[in-house]
Design a protein around this ligand. Structure first.
Ligand SMILES: Nc1ncnc2c1ncn2[C@@H]1O[C@H](COP(=O)(O)OP(=O)(O)OP(=O)(O)O)[C@@H](O)[C@H]1O
Length: 272
């Protein structure tokens, strides 16, 4: 049996009186793709921060095998920042490992090139970042995270504010990498649809409670109704996984009922 990429045992994290999760167990295999879902404030980013070593658990333990790469949310780069895509990716390989000297500089350059190639970004890697599209910038951020050859890739809503085509492209690049290099992926998202084909298991957090399991088992009306403690319907509509709840505020995220034609007819509003 191969050693796990991530092992979390009996974990508890709280801020003041607020317990984000406790008795949390999760073992992630190399190459496994985990989606972390849940409403605002349910502790998704805190889970990533714990894996990054930024938050200390109140109880339990967390172990991460090897190095960690981090892909943040997409945010536009200032047009005035004189940074090229290649420079951004280079930040991912900088460190004591490379040092100085001609040979090391050459090795560093080939590590940067390899990361740029992994996200098919060679055509625009030398352009100023501020002039690139959101999708292109995000591919370079994925390259930056991959440049250190991580065993675990942590993604914090990296598809936010990308159009569906670029969402699909970035998600496919991450999937390709985990298949090619057995990199475990922990992917925080509000919308599971763009990563649905790739997800092995879902961690769904709601108000201190959680469910962990295969997508087909967790993303059901029954399971989410139990988790939210209010009526929730999970629908497949035109290839999207749509979560519609009695309390839309707590059930935001996947898709607004209003965005999906006919959803309101399929699921009458409940409880209000
Ligand atoms: N360093 C901290 N100190 C105090 N409270 C914190 C800290 N970090 C997070 N929290 C609190 O923990 C809760 C969970 O935050 P977290 O950012 O993990 O949620 P999230 O599920 O990622 O939310 P969102 O979907 O809005 O990004 C929030 O109530 C937040 O205010």
């Amino acid at each position: 049996m191969t050693a796990p990429a991530v092992e979390i045992r009996g974990a508890r994290l709280s801020f003041g009186h607020r317990v984000l999760w406790s008795d949390f167990d999760l073992t992630i295999a190399p190459g496994e793709f985990i989606a972390v879902l849940g409403p605002n404030g349910s502790g998704k980013t805190s889970l990533l921060r714990t894996l990054l070593g930024q938050y200390r658990l109140d109880a339990g333990e967390v172990r991460v095998a090897g190095s960690v790469g981090y892909v943040p949310q997409q945010r536009p780069h200032d047009e005035d920042v004189p940074l090229r895509g290649r420079d951004l990716v280079g930040l991912g390989v900088d460190g004591a490992r490379w040092g100085v000297g001609f040979r090391r500089r050459a090795a560093r350059r080939s590590a940067v090139d390899a990361a740029i190639d992994q996200v098919d970004a060679r055509a625009f890697a030398d352009a100023p970042l501020g002039l690139l599209s959101g999708g292109e910038q995000q591919r370079l951020r994925v390259a930056q995270a991959l440049a250190s050859d991580p065993a675990v890739l942590l993604c914090d809503e990296p598809l936010l504010s990308l159009d569906p085509k670029n969402q699909a492209r970035v998600a496919q690049l991450i999937d390709r990498r985990r298949r090619a290099a057995s990199t475990a992926v922990v992917f925080v998202t509000h919308e599971i649809t763009p990563i649905l084909p790739f997800v092995d298991r879902v961690v769904y957090l709601v108000d201190g409670r959680f469910r962990i399991g295969r997508t087909a088992d967790v993303m059901t009306s029954e399971t989410l109704t139990e988790l939210y403690r209010s009526p929730v319907e999970v629908l497949r509509v035109a290839g999207r996984l749509v979560v519609v709840g009695a309390d839309d505020a707590s059930c935001h995220g996947q898709v607004d009922a209003g965005q999906v034609p006919g959803t309101n007819e399929v699921v009458p509003e409940t409880g209000r």
